[in-house]
Design a binder for this molecule. Structure first.
Ligand code: CTP
Ligand code: CA
Length: 223
């Protein structure tokens, strides 16, 4: 209903979107992951495409159909996601980090299936690369848009992430709110920039993605 082919503020822009969860292998039969469905990230990629951008979608494992009209790179781990985005970074104009990247991965990945032992077990974890923070630390011309799914103090945490990761915008959402966050088709978010804040109504993710990108395009004076 909002698709206006004539309105293409992202025409000529190369947009890299990351979406979905990551999978961090424990052994050949197990992995660590999270509840991300990829819906918001895919909606962002489709909205960017509809607004005229050339889109690369770097996707963790999801059950979603491959969107038409863009390059899709399938990845599993945080490290693979990082490498795929990094390879596109120099030529990207906008990077949108909707993905729910694992913060930790198993320190040792076992080649054989781990067998249970008597009593308790401990899985040792190490930190993954913070992709958005690394992009922020090496930012040149790129516009960086991060996401933050929080369960409390949403705007405050969003603001902190904006600064810590040197992003240009953070889309913050309260995943405890009914119909918001992981797996749902709708979301309600606050867009946070430097000295800037805009709350959006509860909307379908596709509609919200379109509104977020048109709001940013207008603020950045993309034509
Ligand atoms: N992010 C990333 N690489 C990571 C972790 C997060 O690029 N290893 C990105 C996400 O894609 C998102 C933003 O950073 O755009 C915020 O993610 P979030 O998990 O909310 O923030 P963290 O910095 O990981 O903080 P915490 O999970 O402790 O709240
Ligand atoms: Ca995190």
């Amino acid at each position: 209903q909002h698709f206006q082919p004539a309105f293409q503020p992202l025409k000529g822009k190369k947009v890299v979107v990351s979406a979905g969860p990551t999978r961090e292998k424990v052994d050949p039969v197990r992995f660590l992951t999270n509840f991300s469905s990829g819906k918001m990230g895919y909606a962002m990629a489709e909205a960017a495409r509809d607004l005229g951008a050339e889109v690369v979608l770097v996707s963790g494992p999801t059950n979603l159909a491959k969107p038409a009209g863009m390059k899709v790179l399938d990845v599993e781990s945080a490290q693979q996601m990082f490498e795929a985005i990094w390879a596109e970074y120099d030529v990207a104009d906008i990077v949108i980090k909707t993905a729910a990247v694992a913060d930790y991965r198993p320190k040792n990945v076992y080649g054989q299936k781990m067998k249970k032992q008597p009593g308790e077990a401990v899985l040792e974890l190490e930190r993954t690369t913070d992709i958005l923070a690394t992009l922020g630390a090496h930012k040149k011309h790129q516009l960086l848009i991060g996401f933050a799914a929080e369960t409390d103090d949403v705007e405050n945490y969003g603001q902190q992430k904006l600064q810590k990761k040197n992003a240009d915008y953070i889309v913050a959402n309260d995943i405890t709110e009914a119909g918001s966050g992981f797996g749902t088709d709708t979301n309600s978010v606050t867009l946070i920039g430097y000295d800037y804040k805009k709350s959006f109504p509860h909307l379908p993710k596709k509609e919200l993605a379109y509104r977020l990108l048109t709001t940013i395009a207008e603020r950045e004076e993309f034509k």
